[in-house]
Design a protein around this ligand. Structure first.
Ligand code: GLP
Length: 259
């Protein structure tokens, strides 16, 4: 696991560098897209690079998760958020972005179909991730099976309170259930790039990087991934025991070595 502690602008550039390098090397790359505020600066940076010539025309993308039951035109439906924040601002082909269907009549069947769609695409090359204050990735709340696949989950009170800001501050308007890629689904991606900023993420980041691997802090499963990159600002890094070593490692990183 590589941990980079840097100002937010640099973190977004580094994540965008990884995506750009991948898409230039393989224009048909499969991207994993995350919602939440953490990846927004990365999407903005990728849009700037698209305007400067980077094309996503042959790429495909899979989303991490989706609320159950939000109407198709609801602005906070993750499908609509990803369209607004990224897909509609670049040249991804129509239908190139897929997400779990939170409006399906048969939700377990929709989850199984989603797993199959990811497999049929050859898997995700680079998965962008944020992290919840309780250590969830996608919507894999504490207690999630470390071997889980896409399924229905019940959101914790904490997550619904954290996400109420997107629903006019009303916790009651935040859906109670979601469909989410499982931890094993996420672990199947070939490169994981997680971004976190702010003091509210400090404990989750400490557990993710330095805690014991445990379903209580689902993101800790990333310690078992052969290519995981954790990009954090000073505040999110404030509880890391080995912060000085991570800073030294990044400062002494050879120029030729990307993320
Ligand atoms: C939601 C999303 C996660 C995201 C998390 C953190 O719960 N399902 O994918 O990582 O929020 O969001 P933020 O980046 O806004 O803190």
């Amino acid at each position: 696991m590589e941990v980079v502690i840097a100002p937010p602008g640099e973190l977004a550039r580094l994540a965008a560098d990884a995506v750009e390098g991948l898409v230039r090397a393989n224009p048909e790359a499969v991207l994993g897209l995350a919602t939440g505020s953490s990846p927004l600066a990365v999407y903005d940076e990728l849009v700037r690079r698209h305007e400067a010539g980077l094309s996503f025309a042959r790429a495909r993308a899979f989303m991490l998760d989706e609320y159950v039951g939000l109407p198709a035109d609801h602005p906070e439906r993750y499908r609509n958020v990803i369209d607004k924040e990224f897909a509609s601002r670049v040249d991804l082909a129509p239908g190139a972005v897929q997400g779990p269907d939170g409006l399906a009549a048969d939700l377990p069947a929709a989850c199984a179909a989603y797993e199959q769609a990811i497999a049929d695409a050859g898997g995700v090359d680079l998965q962008i991730l944020g992290i919840g204050t309780d250590g969830h990735i996608a919507f894999n709340e504490p207690g999630s099976s470390l071997a889980s696949r896409t399924r229905i989950k019940t959101l914790t009170k904490q997550t619904r309170e954290d996400n109420a800001r997107f629903f006019g501050g009303s916790v009651d308007d935040v859906p109670r259930h979601c469909l989410t890629q499982g931890l094993a689904t996420i672990m199947s991606a070939r490169h994981l790039v997680l971004l976190a900023s702010g003091r509210t993420k400090a404990e989750a980041v400490h557990q993710l990087v330095e805690g014991p691997v445990s379903a209580m802090w689902p993101a800790t499963i990333m310690q078992l991934h052969p290519h995981a990159t954790v990009l954090v600002d000073d505040a999110a890094a404030s509880r890391l025991q080995l912060a000085d070593y991570y800073r030294q490692t990044y400062a002494e990183k050879p120029d030729w070595q990307g993320l």
